[in-house]
Write a protein that binds this ligand. Structure first.
Ligand code: ME8
Length: 659
């Protein structure tokens, strides 16, 4: 039989800043889903990547004084960058796309041309509102209190010649898709989309820009770049090889089974994306799932608001698996959830240290203590089971199906809740059977004790299999401790009670989930966050201020004047000196030499208005007279001296006295 296929994607991330725990949430959810499907026997394609074009990146790069490509390269490939973070979080993506990859760029150009040739993209003139941080166009009616309806920030007027996509042409079909199929999930998001966007009437979408250049050029009309969302959405197909030779998986995996996306980008994925695919006459993805946000202090975590949580700090402190587990267990996937360090620690302590950790350590310790790490043959069977034996076995045997139903409806939090019901049942079973009491009379109760412990190992094994998509590393260690070999870590064996060999070698290993001291950990986290904040600031040192005072009359003896640079050049044979010819308002040129060649090129200073002290006695420098001194601001940054000439408004006339 042909292996079933499953294609799942995360959004591709904007590498405009370091990623935070909100981004990690979506990728971990996708990873858990992909691992679950692999476990269940599917041939999985899991795609993630980065969305690297657009005005926001261009602006950020300019601010950083680098090219846009250099800027994104650092955030995607550099230390603690996007790829590093996914490696740390044990993300098992099969492919990583960067929208600056050549194959993607040329495929998007072909896609744009195809829609143009079909008449679905046409040239017009755009007048409207644009939210720069969100890279989104809005019509007047879509604004909320005059601001961007997504992020609430001000929008700007925009007018330019532009290409448009005939979104209006597909309005009825998209409405039908949303209202009459299960394309968009959870269902609550359908009403949002229909009421806010389709009911008011879908307008054609502006899909090119001319006011900046960092985008995919429209190859048949230089000066236009493709709207970043058109470029970004098609990543899901170009990464499979659509209209390019880089890959050859399009026929195999398209259409996608599900796109996991945050709720603010559901509009793009459930309206614009299917409409463009209809235009391209391509099959539609089966599902789009819009998950909620992780909130901090009630607001969306975002770098621009400065309220972000660093996944590196949390993973280092609590372990990658504990962090992955917390994200999936605590927040219902379709809703918003309030992140807090307290909640994280509480979840680890309750679910992992107490419930799962105790079950594992108590069970393996007792097999060690009472049976030297190996139960006797025959322990699986029991001639007279107690009601709690039957109950535990029934729950654990039914677990896989209950879990599967939840995972299939994209409810990982509920799938985990099912697993924890069995873990809690197993812990209760320990109290009910009181193995330590049975052990007091091994001759009479030895067989019963072995059976109880076998049941505990078996329940632990089944739970371990179903937890492995969420905590892969820790569950591998758990399997070693309970003596479960690879052939009984499988999906099929999760539905088979009694698959663990009776005489499996059991070892009480390391404590997988140590209990965390809440107060101590919170104090340390706060310290780490403070240190990270400090490290992010440039290490600037300024000279200590002088304490010796000068009287006012002495100060007034220094004559500071505005001077204009008429000419400036390097002094021959000197690496340090620049020679200035200055207009100081007297009508006679003033010459000053200044040791600032390291920081300025002569040509960038001509015409500038500077400040000079003009009544210092002339000094000879490299054989030339220097009549005065130019005033600069100086500080140290990361061990380097930094100098900024004091430049004042050019409207100030040469010779004006500064006092
Ligand atoms: O939207 N909680 O990129 P992005 C939960 N490039 N999810 C969050 C979150 C939070 N606090 N903050 C961000 C983009 N996210 C586009 C996608 S796809 C063709 C293009 C989620 O880096 C957010 O909801 O701004 C989105 O799904 C993802 O992180 C990427 O956000």
């Amino acid at each position: 039989m042909e292996q079933k296929k499953f294609y799942i994607t995360t959004p591709i991330y904007y590498p405009s800043d370091k990623l935070h725990i909100g981004h990690t949430y979506c990728t971990v959810a996708t990873d858990a889903m992909a691992r679950y499907k692999r476990l269940a026997g599917y041939d999985v394609m899991f795609l993630t990547g980065t969305d690297e074009h657009g005005q926001k990146i261009e602006t950020k790069a300019k601010e950083a004084g680098v090219t846009p490509k250099e800027f994104v390269d650092k955030i995607v490939e550099g230390p603690q960058g996007v790829k590093d973070l996914w490696k740390l979080m044990n993300i098992s993506n099969d492919r990583f796309i960067r929208t600056t990859d050549d194959y993607h760029v040329s495929a998007v150009q072909k896609i744009f041309k195809k829609m143009y040739d079909k008449g679905d993209i046409y040239k017009g003139s755009y007048k409207g509102k644009y939210c720069t941080p969100c890279e989104s166009f809005w019509t007047e009616s879509q604004l909320k209190d005059g601001c961007c309806p997504d992020c609430g920030r001000p929008v700007v007027d925009a007018e330019e010649e532009a290409y448009f996509f005939r979104l209006s042409k597909y309005a009825d079909k998209v409405r039908d898709l949303l209202e009459n199929t299960d394309f968009l999930q959870p269902r609550s998001r359908v009403n949002e989309m229909v009421k806010n966007f389709i009911d008011p009437g879908l307008e054609d979408l502006c899909v090119s820009r001319t006011s900046f250049t960092w985008g995919i050029p429209v190859d048949f009309d230089p000066g236009h770049v493709v709207y970043v969302w058109v470029d970004a959405l098609f990543n899901y197909t170009t990464a499979l090889g659509f209209l390019n030779d880089q890959y050859n998986d399009y026929d195999k995996y398209w259409p996608a089974d599900v796109h996991f996306v945050g709720k603010e980008i559901v509009r793009f994925h459930s309206i614009i994306w299917p409409a463009m695919l209809m235009s391209m006459e391509m099959p539609l993805p089966k599902h789009v799932f819009g998950h909620g946000w992780l909130l901090l202090d009630g607001g969306k975590m975002s770098k621009s608001k400065g309220n972000v949580v660093d996944p590196y700090i949390l993973a280092e402190k609590f372990g990658v698996d504990a962090l992955r587990f917390f994200l999936m267990r605590t927040f219902p996937f379709g809703s918003d959830g309030n992140f807090s360090n307290e909640l994280l620690i509480q979840t680890i302590n309750t679910d992992l240290a107490n419930d799962l950790g105790n079950l594992l350590s108590r069970t393996t310790a007792m097999v060690g203590k009472y049976f030297d790490g190996q139960l006797p043959a025959g322990c699986k069977a029991c001639s007279a089971p107690e009601p709690f034996d039957t109950d535990l076995i029934a729950m654990a045997s039914a677990l896989r199906d209950a879990y599967e139903a939840q995972m299939e409806s994209y409810a990982p939090h509920n799938a985990l809740a099912e697993v924890f019901k069995v873990i809690q049942r197993a812990n209760k079973y320990i109290d009910e059977t009181a193995p330590w009491a049975l052990a007091k009379d091994m001759e009479t109760n030895g067989a019963r004790l072995a059976h109880v412990l076998y049941n505990l190992l078996e329940a632990t094994r089944i739970c371990g299999i179903l937890l492995s998509p969420f905590m892969p590393e820790s569950m591998s260690k758990l399997f070693v401790q309970i003596g479960a070999a690879a052939d009984i870590q499988t999906w099929d064996s999760a539905a088979v009670w009694g698959a663990l060999p009776e005489t499996a070698a059991v070892t009480k290993g390391e404590n997988l989930f140590p209990r965390i001291d809440m107060d101590k950990a919170i104090a340390e986290l706060e310290e780490a966050a403070e240190a990270a904040k400090k490290a992010a600031l440039p290490a600037i040192e300024v000279e200590p201020q002088l304490t010796e005072q000068v009287d006012f009359d002495t100060f007034c003896k220094s004559d500071f004047r505005a001077v204009k640079v008429k000419a400036c050049e390097n002094v021959r044979k000197s690496e340090k000196l620049l020679k200035f010819i200055l207009d100081d308002g007297t009508g006679v040129d003033r010459q000053i030499l200044s040791g600032i060649a390291k920081w300025y090129k002569p040509e960038e200073l001509v015409g500038k208005t500077l400040v000079a002290i003009v009544n210092l006695p002339p000094r000879k420098m490299m054989g030339r007279d220097s009549c005065g001194m130019l005033i600069s601001a100086v500080h140290m940054e990361k061990g380097e001296e930094c100098l900024h000439l004091l430049m004042i408004d050019d409207s100030i006339p040469a010779g004006a006295k500064l006092c």
